[in-house]
Design a protein around this ligand. Sequence first.
Ligand code: GAP
Length: 445
Amino acid sequence: MAVKKPKDDRMEKLVSLCKRRGYIFPSSEIYGGLTSCWDYGPLGSELKRNLKSVWWDTMTHRRDDIEGLDAAILMHPQVWHTSGHVAEFNDPMVDCKKCKARFRADQLEQCRCPEKPSKNPIECDGELTEVKQFNLMFKTFMGPVEDTANIIYMRPETAQGIYVNFLNVKNSSRQKIPFGIAQIGKAFRNEITPGNFTFRTREFEQMEMQFFVHPDEDEQWFEYWREQRWAFYSSLGVNMDKLRWHEHGPDELAHYAKAAYDIEYEYPFGWQELEGVHNRTDFDLSRHMEATGKNLKYQDDRYKEKFIPYIIETSAGCDRTILTLLVDAYDEVEIKGEKRVFLRLSPKVAPIKAAVFPLVKKDGMPEFAEKVYQELSKSFKVFYDLSGAVGKRYARMDEAGCPFCITVDGQTLEDETMTVRDRDTMEQKRMKVAEIVDFLAEKTR
Ligand code: GAP
């Protein structure tokens, strides 16, 4: 007899933890929510800021060959005709004639029938329409007149903002090829089947970098950026056994790409793309040059001939990386017969770096702890907690992803040392406040 696999409820538990601890809430929840839209709460917004800051630091501050950019979301509509998005940024779609639900035609096996969730749309008895192409760009109107002449698009990727600013950045920064431009920003796609919590949403943030190279050097830079981006996830403490490369076959390659690899993560719902590294050739700059008549060719002392640079793109989803960090950090441990949840986020990105507790509410401990809290707050996001048994306070912080808990106890009043407990090793060391500042600086760097 086949043994039934236990239900994998990790995603449900994570969604519930995110709500309970203030990481992620359904958007407009008091109105019943809005499908596939999510709001980051107090801890979630800190986590997101920390991730973006690590990415920005890695991609720009620590290098002298990448410049930053923050382009507008709304761009000249012609950009999206030129880039090929108006004509080709489509997903194949089918409708169910019975329940009227809409599905991605190329992902029918993974989709669920809304009326019979145990079945996919092929297995249920609804008849499907012919496949139609559905453009993923959101449209809106610029100005007070809502007619076709005034249609503009919500950008579906941040990359185009970089391409149209190639000359501006090159000329103002005086960078020479090879060099890159990095950007973090919102993108919008009217996905047919969003889902799996924040994995596929209609509004999301991207962290993209476009590296401009000589056409003869594209393959070597492509390999270089694949290595760099792989190492990034290791630096965030992600379990590397859960990552793998997926090379795009000829039928998967985007209209602009010569080669593409995805970094995939093994989520509870299967292996899925986390980030893409693409060799976009000179497709984008050539198209923009043709459309605008502006000369986007490059020449300098090193390269005597004029050429249109090739572009190696690294394109990560910010929200998808947050989801990956949360899934990867979620851990359940049984301690003395009680199931405890730990969110083992790396101290680099954890929203709260340390919590300060007085062991009891007397003997001057709260006053001392308050001072320690004030001192640490000058450099780190810390949390002060005085309520409940100390075991309960530890448990709350473990579940909230806080890596260190600092307890002021009887000995503190004698020698000014406090215990610093590590969430993951459970090791406790005694330190004075100045040592704690250095310790946290080292751990969170
Ligand atoms: N500029 C290239 C580009 O946009 P992509 O593979 O379509 O490439 C890059 O997207 C990354 O953006 C993906 O690897 C993913 O992390 C994120 N992403 C794409 N669509 C998304 C969606 N609907 N929801 C959340 N993240 C998304």
